[in-house]
Ligand binder design. Structure first.
Ligand SMILES: C[S@@+](CC[C@H](N)C(=O)[O-])C[C@H]1O[C@@H](n2cnc3c(N)ncnc32)[C@H](O)[C@@H]1O
Length: 192
């Protein structure tokens, strides 16, 4: 508990675990249905990453989409987020498809490549965005896609456009701007 408090204050923008309950509640299942938001990108058998997975709304959703032959690498800075995510995943019967990984602020620290990477409502909490996008690209399979979604109440379109420019300078190409409730979003692929 003490180390949890320290780790959230060291990175001043990071959403504390208790605050996640304010948006990650039963209503969200209707507003951000994983099939609606991610069904176009995530298919059975894929390996996918949920970076900044929080309490696992989309990690669990993606575990359903990838099925028994796929896997989800659920990554977060905060152990408490991973603990709640796993508890929920067990309840949903998909925990065996999810690999939890506690990362550092500037180092994702996994080896795997992913067919799809999600960073939902978390990029505004990352200090070194250029380094972050470079790392995401390094974990992408050649035809893989990355979806970045930011909360409209925290990130305006000017700020988001700057993120897109940073991502493009880090070797990614914006290939779509999907509509997601309460969010501003962009889809990326690796630019070669
Ligand atoms: C606002 S929450 C969103 C959680 C989840 N993506 C969702 O949509 O429910 C942001 C999450 O990103 C995590 N986070 C912040 N910076 C991070 C970083 N550099 N690497 C990994 N996770 C990070 C926080 O710990 C927090 O769980």
């Amino acid at each position: 508990m003490i180390s949890q408090t320290l780790s959230t204050t060291e990175h001043h923008h990071v959403c504390p675990w208790w605050k996640a309950y304010t948006f990650d509640n039963p209503i969200r299942k209707l507003l951000h249905q994983p099939q609606n938001v991610l069904g176009a990108y995530v298919r059975a058998g894929m390996t996918v990453m949920d970076v900044g997975c929080g309490m696992g709304h989309f990690s669990i959703g993606m575990a359903n989409l990838v099925g028994e032959s796929g896997k989800v690498i659920a990554i977060d800075l905060q152990q408490k987020m991973l603990d709640v995510m796993l508890k929920r995943a067990k309840r949903a019967g998909v925990a065996e498809r999810i690999i939890p990984h506690r990362c550092e602020a500037d180092n994702i620290g996994v080896q795997e490549l992913a067919d799809f990477i999600l960073a939902f409502w978390m990029v505004h909490e990352v200090n070194d965005k250029s380094g972050f996008f470079t790392q995401l690209k390094s974990h992408l399979t050649p035809k893989g896609k990355i979806l970045i979604a930011e909360p409209k109440m925290h990130v305006n379109s000017k700020e988001f456009d700057r993120n897109i420019e940073t991502a493009q300078s880090s070797g990614l190409r914006c290939c779509g701007k999907p509509a997601i409730r309460f969010s501003i979003a962009a889809l990326f692929e690796a630019s070669f």
